[in-house]
Design a protein around this ligand. Structure first.
Ligand code: CP
Ligand code: NVA
Length: 332
């Protein structure tokens, strides 16, 4: 389908703007079909391996439910239930799983690991998050932005606020550039995105009409935007003891009512890939909020997160439809 049969998706760069657009259009169709009860099974008899070195709720659920909806089967491997990495190399694991499964999802720290898997598996390999990229999240984010704004990708303007060094901001830089959108990456000096990613994104944007701006000035950065996105301030795999210093660095970039109003756009919506620290109802969130004296939330305040402007749960649901589209397009 769309020339994607047999292809891996280890980073957003793997697919052209047309291919990404086709995948999101397919996700729209699959979402409508599921709601209407008219979904056709395209993956009957397929077997998908789900390898998770890091924890997950949405990504695992989306791959599993997407597979079940389409008639496929999954095996879930957590970090302790396979030999990969400690007793067997990534390349050997890839060659074994590739003999048994029709596709492999991998979530872990290292981008090199997933590239090695894709090189040796002989079946499509999907990146369910590494430190560098979170490409399946980009499909859901763009489906959600079009759906909730009614705007084509090339007319979207949005901000990503907070830690600009990690998978989410890096992926948005490339995805916005590919889809011709106007992205403002907003965060403190110490958490700026890597130069090579910004240069890459800008070189893509020069072809598509997109724009990628990097700024420390959130007031200027959010002007007029359709969406403000943020992410956790400390990502999976980072040591717990960085929290206090990180909060001090980035607390001025908390998404609160003031920042939402500063867009000057009454329709600006809030997005978050989740999980989010917006209240004290998690062990880690409660500890950090208490310790850093931030009672209203960390990267986003409770009032913004719970407001009608927040489309974070639509975004979470769209992980299912977009991941399903990815599997259908690459396995049929
Ligand atoms: N957004 C996201 O990837 O969520 P999980 O970590 O729960 O999979
Ligand atoms: N940057 C976050 C994204 C979680 C979906 C992390 O890597 O933990």
């Amino acid at each position: 389908m769309f020339g994607l049969t047999g292809r891996s998706f280890t980073k957003t760069l793997d697919f052209t703007p047309d291919e990404l657009g086709d995948l999101i259009a397919l996700a729209d169709d699959l979402k409508a079909a599921k709601r209407a009860g008219t979904e056709q099974l395209a993956l009957t008899g397929k077997n998908i391996a789900l390898l998770f070195e890091k924890t997950s709720t949405r990504t695992r659920a989306a791959f599993e439910v997407a597979a079940f909806d389409q008639g496929a089967h999954v095996s879930f491997f957590d970090p302790t239930s396979s030999q990969m990495g400690h007793k067997e190399s990534i390349a050997d694991t890839a060659r074994v799983l590739g003999r048994m499964y029709d596709a492999i999802q991998f979530r872990g720290k290292s981008q090199d690991d997933i590239e090695t898997l894709a090189e040796h598996a002989g079946v499509p390999v999907y990146n369910g998050l590494t430190d560098e990229w979170h490409p399946t999240q980009m499909l859901a984010d763009f489906q959600t932005m079009r759906e909730t704004s009614g705007k084509d990708f090339a007319r979207l303007s949005y901000a990503f606020v907070g830690d600009l060094r990690f998978n989410m901001a890096r992926s948005h830089a490339v995805m916005a550039a590919k889809m011709g959108s106007d992205l403002r990456l907003i965060g403190p000096q110490a958490l700026q995105p890597p130069e090579d990613v910004v240069e890459l994104a800008r070189s893509i944007a020069a072809e598509t009409g997109g724009r990628v701006t990097v700024t420390e000035d959130w007031r200027e950065g959010v002007e007029g935007v359709d969406f403000i996105h943020t992410d956790v301030w400390v990502s999976m795999g980072e040591p717990k003891d960085v929290w206090t210093d990180r909060v001090a660095l980035v607390k001025a970039y908390q998404v609160d009512g003031n920042m939402m109003r500063a867009t000057g756009n009454p329709d600006t919506k809030f997005m978050h890939c989740l999980p989010a620290f917006h209240d004290a109802n998690t062990t880690v969130g409660a500890q950090i909020m208490d310790h850093t004296d931030m009672p209203d939330g960390l990267e986003v305040t409770e009032d913004v997160f719970e407001s009608s402007r927040s489309v974070a749960f639509d975004q979470a649901e769209n992980r299912l439809h977009t991941i399903k589209a990815l599997m259908v397009a690459t396995l049929t």
